[in-house]
Design a protein around this ligand. Sequence first.
Ligand SMILES: C[S@@+](CC[C@H](N)C(=O)[O-])C[C@H]1O[C@@H](n2cnc3c(N)ncnc32)[C@H](O)[C@@H]1O
Length: 380
Amino acid sequence: MADFHKPSTISITCPKMISPFLKKEVEDLGFTVQHQRYAGVELKGSLHDCMKLNLCLSTAHRVHYLLKTFTANNADELHKELVTIPWEDYIDKHGYVSITSFIKNKTINNTQFANLKVKDAIVDRIREKTGSRPDSGSDLNKTVVFLFWKGTEASIYLDTSGESISRRGYRVRNHTAPMQETLASTIIQASKWKVGQHFINPMCGSGTLAIEAALMALGRPAGLLRPNYGIKHILGFDVGEWNSLRSDLKHSANKDFKGKIIATDIDNRAIKAAQKNAQTAGVDHLIEFHRCDFQDTPIPEGDGVVVFNPPYGERIGHDQELYDLYKTIGDFFKQECSGKWGYVFTGNFDLAKKVGLRTSQRIELYNSTIECRLLEYELY
Ligand SMILES: C[S@@+](CC[C@H](N)C(=O)[O-])C[C@H]1O[C@@H](n2cnc3c(N)ncnc32)[C@H](O)[C@@H]1O
């Protein structure tokens, strides 16, 4: 059985440009980050630590626990190294394993082939030691093993998340172009919003930003919403420790908060989807929803932020309607939102200029592969 308290390297992945936010989150949990990469961070810790990281991180994608680093010139050498790992200690001989990988090796032009080699090594080893073998396939809801192989340097990890942490499980209904939960959480953390202040989200779509803000305001880790993680399928997983960690996190969350969270959208289907998602996340009673044009969004007195993720279209500079929309957002900021911080998250820099106000910050982020900016405006 795996020793859940044995220290090793933990490598946490996240979307591009988000690692400074991930680093802060990891450090706020009391860990020391040893390396910050373009799309992830590294630290020392145990499988037990991975439990907390999975439940508490809102900007991460996956938490990988290192089993071994080695040199491999080709697939045969990879297999030779991998059969020396005591897989029978980690994976149930009657269980199920899935392999994922990141590969840049000149002898491999097909990641499926490398994944197959990893699976073969795991299965060969377990069969030799126990007489039985686990099933394998592409389902990420059971044990997941991750191979990182660049040049001749390879590292093999247990993927303690399985499905990306971004999939919190509350988004049961999607509206137009919903943003990843990880990105929504990063936008909020990059903004000047503080818990206790108002969070206003016109053009809310499926409600991701408002829901993430409500979870943050309660201090309730989004990871608590999801029942399954890769770590639960690793031999030695202690369900008692897991439940007690979950219960501590649940009890340290607040029941309520000051400041309003308001989400509006012109499309009734968006409001219905956002309400349903908020209900699934258990925060629907904390968000005020309105179906209205963004210009009719109620803006309460007091400190807070107004965050827009407007449509930005596929073709740059071709859509007059979008130009007008962005110009009207600028007017709305000026006329209705004084005293607040305004934000526009967009992937179209041409349209962004139409807001017509001076930015106090332009933060580079990615929406999947699209380069975007979070534009910040101080609204006097
Ligand atoms: C890019 S989507 C927002 C996605 C959202 N961040 C999410 O995670 O689901 C843009 C939203 O703006 C809404 N919208 C477009 N024009 C609007 C207007 N004039 N007033 C209010 N909402 C509008 C659309 O209905 C759509 O839901």
